[in-house]
Design a protein around this ligand. Structure first.
Ligand code: GLN
Length: 388
């Protein structure tokens, strides 16, 4: 069935069940396979496309006007493109924004990423909800020649994200120091000009804005590759360890990360803070389990309840796996829960400053309700020093 194609289709999205969406290709030409998700954020398409947690996924944007503010060098969340491709309702218009340095289509082409416009994204989103993150193939051919059988077969051939360790693909090759701060810090939070705490951030696919938030909260951040051992981390004499977000299945990356986390927890009293994949792997290290969700959470308006204060935060989310709160052992407290579906959104050790959240307190894009978590980490490191 041809969807919304007002001129000759130059791109085709094939779902593994054989459903086809035709539209207008932009960005790179060629073909790619991935898991398909939808993101409901109204802003921040550039940050979303460069969030390393999207490796292996194509993003459907439910907000129809994508591309209208162009792209710029400052808003990348990582140096390389990460999401496999994008699906949008309207073909992008010329950008209108003083910060725009490039058009979305040229930026995608330069980065080898395929996009399709003119798609009925509401129908597609319903399919994603019903089927549960389908496997898809996306092709862009300016001649409009598609081998549909081969496309559907390619979608069916995609192995899926379960069991896939993608952190090794997107992590940094070598360790590096990070000292850039956020350019803005919300009211009510203090921005530290001089770093007070040495933090090792383990990079499973870290977003730059997380590192900026840590720096702004007073951390002197050293970033280490995903496969860093406990000994390599402790060689930096950190005051705290941060576990980053990242793509793929937490159980797969956990094969090497979980033993490292357990060793840090077992041999030190260091504060530990984790976000998203880091949250999931901390839960695994503490004895909990993770599950694949139906279609995940991807957006910038997800309400989360802090179970300890009763306060609700509006959060940015991007995850397809979740921690099963029922599997958390004694001594691990569920601290946050999604008000959309009741899924787990945060944990902490009862007696130690070891905690993590499923959502993205650094936003980028999204609301700034949850910055307090970075300050909490800094406060835990300060308290440990005072106690020593
Ligand atoms: N943003 C993230 O860190 C995502 C974590 C994990 N890859 C998931 O999909 O659930």
């Amino acid at each position: 069935m041809v969807q919304n194609a007002t001129s000759k289709p130059t791109a085709c999205l094939a779902l593994a069940d054989g459903t086809l969406f035709y539209g207008h290709g932009f960005g790179a030409t060629g073909q790619t396979v991935a898991e398909l998700c939808f993101n409901t954020a109204m802003t921040g398409y550039q940050e979303i496309m460069t969030d390393p947690s999207y490796a292996g996924q194509i993003v459907t944007f439910t907000f129809p006007h994508i591309g209208n503010v162009g792209v710029n060098p400052e808003d990348d969340e990582t140096a390389d493109p990460v999401a496999e491709g994008m699906v949008v309702k309207w073909d992008p218009t010329l950008p209108s924004n003083w910060r725009a340095a490039e058009e979305l289509k040229d930026w995608l082409a330069r980065r080898g990423r395929i996009a399709i416009g003119g798609v009925d994204t509401r129908r597609l989103t319903r399919a994603i909800r019903q089927q549960g993150a389908p496997h898809v193939a996306l092709a862009h051919d300016p001649e409009g020649k598609f081998d549909i059988e081969a496309l559907v077969a390619a979608a069916r051939g995609f192995a899926g994200l379960e069991g896939m360790d993608l952190a090794k693909k997107v992590t940094c090759a070598q360790s590096y120091r990070w000292d850039e701060m956020r350019w803005a810090w919300p009211d009510g939070y203090s921005r530290q000009e001089a770093p007070a705490h040495k933090v090792v951030a383990v990079d499973y696919g870290a977003k730059r804005n997380i590192l900026r938030c840590l720096a702004s909260a007073g951390c002197d951040v050293t970033v280490l590759p995903a496969t860093a051992t406990a000994a390599e981390i402790l060689a930096h004499s950190p005051d705290g360890v941060f576990l980053s977000n990242g793509p793929g299945d937490p159980a797969a990356t956990g094969e090497y990360a979980v033993p490292m986390i357990r060793e840090i927890l077992g041999t030190t009293d260091l504060p530990v803070f984790g976000i998203c994949l880091g949250h999931q792997m901390l839960a695994l290290a503490l004895g909990g389990q993770t599950v694949k969700m139906n279609h995940g959470h991807h957006g910038a308006n997800h309400p989360v309840k802090d179970l300890e204060t009763g306060k609700v935060e509006i959060t940015s989310m991007n995850h397809g796996f979740a921690v099963d709160a029922q599997t958390l052992p004694d001594g691990v407290v569920e601290t946050h829960r999604s008000l959309f579906d009741g899924s787990n959104c945060g944990i902490r050790m009862a007696e130690r400053p070891v905690y993590s959240v499923q959502y993205h307190p650094e936003a980028s894009p999204g609301p700034q309700d949850s910055f307090y978590l970075f300050e909490r980490f800094a406060a835990a490191m300060a308290a440990r020093k005072t106690a020593a």
